[in-house]
Ligand binder design. Structure first.
Ligand SMILES: *Cc1c(COP(=O)(O)O)cnc(C)c1O
Length: 523
């Protein structure tokens, strides 16, 4: 046994620091090597017969050398993937406070429903007569979304929030073209606090983005919008509740101003979780809004897993909704797949190969049905209550940039309280990892210095929120007491500590290269 000086421990001597281990493992947390590092090219987990002799038909282009893929025995393969799966931190392992992201609990009932063979085992190319129930489910979910948002149409097929934004803005563009104003209406207004996907979406389809300046209270003021309005403006993209976690108090006036100027109101609905059952965006005057089913109506997300971003549309935009959409004809449901067969509608085109994310639709509808309208409303109320509880539990130690507005579903802090401590938002977040918490969203929204955006959601118990608050209070007091080292070197307990994130992003090493044999020293 080695103590921290690397010399053998004397009998009776206690080890104070953590000794390095021979394997690199930390207790039962096992280091995971790459498949290429643990596998062997001459091993396989299955016993296949030698293929019969055949004549290749690749005209001599067939591979001659070994393919170089490694094999593993079944237990090795299983351990590799199970251990990798255990390295995930997610909502199923602990509180996941990312703001602007709604990492909410996905009830297992939804998973069970999504796996029913009639939903899980169908194929998008099956004849429509064999999937009437699935089409019915999509139509029913669409109806619920329209009721909850107070809108007249919904395009179900977009596969993420950003994709829904794209579909909604393309509908707006089509409506502008139909009015013959495409040459003049070129500008989209985007508040400075917006999620990056908003300006990206507008720019991608050829609009010029003009920022709406941020006010000191974290909201968008109608006067600032009006100052930018003119015949060149196509739309505004406004998030409500906004990315500072505040319900925009002038949203109705902003909608009216846009419409009076002949422009459209795109609402980023990623934060719908805060207002379901409380306010209908259609009543607020929105023309289009995407709903992240994976943020508001359970369904897991993160790690690039499938999302779904249906976009609801006002009556003015409804005719331009993309194909496919579902229509009733002769007592049956049919998918309208082509613009030519769309009747009076004028779809702008199509945004996905097939019909959208069936598994997400099933989960979302299961969530809605199992909660009921009262349950969905309560989920929003609880989400808002949890966020305000966290804010109230920390605001004597940590600074709140917009104290005059109550928080909606997320509590926002800035780094004013860390001034002169030598501790940064990043250091604080790293110390949270030591306490067993995934960090909150950091440095977003950009309009707030050193932002820390915490969204607990409705799914956390009071006990879980209390422990989180106490852990953060403890850290905050340590920061204020000047325990800089505790933060500058955090995380201490994570398998990897401070990574060079910039280098990893700028210079990712995506290809494994076999280690070079060690050179024999010349002398
Ligand atoms: C998450 C989010 C988006 C993008 O949604 P994706 O499903 O990740 O594409 C857009 N706007 C806001 C405010 C968001 O929080």
């Amino acid at each position: 046994m080695l103590n921290n000086q690397g010399r053998p421990t004397a009998p009776g001597e206690t080890i104070t620091a953590k000794p390095a281990t021979f394997t690199g493992n930390k207790a039962l947390q096992v280091e995971e090597a790459l498949l290429f590092e643990i596998g062997r090219a001459d091993v396989t987990g299955v016993d296949l017969d030698e293929p019969e002799a055949f004549t290749p038909r690749l005209g001599g282009l067939e591979r001659k050398g070994a393919i170089g893929l490694v094999g593993l025995s079944e237990p090795e393969a299983m351990r590799h993937y199970v251990r990798l799966s255990q390295k995930n931190y997610g909502i199923d392992t602990g509180l996941f406070p990312l703001g602007s992201c709604t990492m909410k609990h996905n009830p297992r009932l939804n998973e069970k429903m999504a796996r029913l063979p009639g939903f899980g085992d169908i194929h998008p190319l099956q004849p429509q007569s064999t999937v009437q129930g699935a089409l019915d489910l999509i139509a029913e979910l669409a109806r619920y979304l329209m009721v909850l948002t107070g809108t007249r149409a919904v395009a179900m097929s977009p596969k993420a929030g950003a994709h829904g934004e794209l579909a909604g803005m393309m509908a707006i563009k089509a409506a502008i073209e139909a009015k013959g104003e495409a040459a003049t209406r070129k500008v989209v207004l985007v508040p400075e606090s917006a999620h990056g996907t908003n300006p990206a979406t507008a720019a991608l389809i050829g609009f010029e983005v003009k920022p709406v300046p941020a006010r000191d209270d974290g909201t968008v003021h109608v006067a600032d919008v009006k100052a930018l309005l003119g015949p060149d403006v196509a739309a505004i993209m406004l998030t409500n509740p906004n990315t500072c976690g505040i319900f925009e108090p002038q949203v109705v006036e902003i909608a009216r101003a846009m419409h009076e100027a002949g422009a459209y109101f795109y609402c980023d609905g990623a934060n719908f979780n805060a207002i379901v059952g409380k306010a209908k965006p259609g009543d607020l005057g929105i023309d289009a809004m995407h709903i992240n089913l994976h943020k508001t109506f359970s369904t897991p997300h993160g790690g690039g897993g499938p999302g779904a971003g249906p976009v609801v549309l006002s009556e003015r935009l409804a005719p331009f909704a993309p194909v496919p959409f579902i229509r009733e004809a002769g007592g049956r449901l049919e998918l309208v797949e082509h613009c030519a067969g769309a009747g009076d509608a004028k779809p702008f085109g199509r945004v996905t190969a097939f019909h959208g994310q069936m598994g997400m639709y099933v989960r979302a509808l299961a969530y809605m049905l199992s909660h009921g309208s009262d349950g969905m409303k309560q989920a929003s109320e609880d989400a808002v209550l949890s966020a305000n509880y966290i804010r109230a539990g920390l605001d004597d130690l940590m600074s709140v940039p917009f104290p005059d507005h109550p928080a909606m579903h997320e509590a926002l802090f800035d780094d004013t309280w860390l001034k002169d401590t030598g501790v940064t938002t990043l250091d604080f977040a790293k110390a949270m990892i030591d306490e067993g918490y995934h960090p909150m969203t950091m440095y977003f929204p950009l309009v707030v210095h050193g932002a820390m955006l915490i969204e607990p959601t409705e799914s956390e118990s009071r006990a879980s929120l209390d422990l989180f608050i106490m852990a953060l209070r403890d850290l905050a007091m340590r920061a204020k007491r000047g325990e800089t080292e505790r933060f500058a070197s955090a995380p201490f307990h994570a398998p990897r500590r401070r990574l060079d994130e910039t280098r990893a992003a700028r210079n990712p090493i995506l290809k494994w290269m076999p280690p070079q044999p060690v050179q024999q020293a010349a002398e």
